[in-house]
Design a protein around this ligand. Structure first.
Ligand code: SF4
Length: 173
């Protein structure tokens, strides 16, 4: 036992090294997004995430935005627990009634972002009797962020692109 404990002090962990993302670019992107939200809304951007049926891959990446590494709250972006407090709905897939009710409970102005390939057209589950189709089959979608799953950085880029389109009037509240 003592030998094992001693070895574990010096042995490298078995897990692979994580790729090192560009910290400066990430901070710049999130900060720009925070500024864009304040310019457009006069306050932080509040996001309600709806996982209306998925493999959870996209959801894990969305959760990563709030972890200690990405920590998007420091830039004024908040994930909220109720659609009544939200500006943006991030949807990962279809569950028709829950999605419709959440959409109608979210006050205007609001925007819908469909995250991942499944949210666009059902992805690898398309054609299943249990899948209605893309999110746009149920509620209007303002932006789709592709990927299986998309990275947290791609989601931040997507949110920024959405606010820029709102600023130029290309997307209406
Ligand atoms: S897009 Fe990929 S990761 Fe996201 S829910 Fe579908 S299968 Fe899972």
């Amino acid at each position: 036992m003592r030998k094992l404990l001693f070895q574990s002090l010096f042995r490298r962990p078995f897990t692979e090294e994580a790729p090192s993302p560009d910290d400066a670019a990430l901070a710049e992107l999130a900060s720009e997004l925070g500024h864009a939200a304040r310019r457009r809304l006069g306050r932080s951007l509040s996001i309600r995430e709806i996982d209306a049926g998925s493999c959870n891959g996209c959801e894990l990446e969305i959760h990563a935005l709030s972890n200690a590494y990405y920590d998007v709250e420091r830039f004024g972006l908040r994930f909220v627990a109720s659609p009544r407090h939200a500006d943006v709905l991030m949807v990962t897939k279809n569950m028709r009634e829950a999605l419709e009710r959440t959409y109608h409970a979210t006050p205007d102005p609001k925007w819908v972002i469909a995250i991942g390939d499944c949210a666009r057209d059902g992805g690898c589950f398309a054609g299943s009797y249990a899948v209605v189709g893309g999110v746009s089959e149920v509620v209007p979608v303002d932006l789709h962020i592709p990927g299986c799953p998309p990275t947290p950085t791609a989601m931040l880029r997507g949110l920024l692109a959405l606010l820029e389109r709102v600023d130029t009037g290309a997307v209406s509240p």
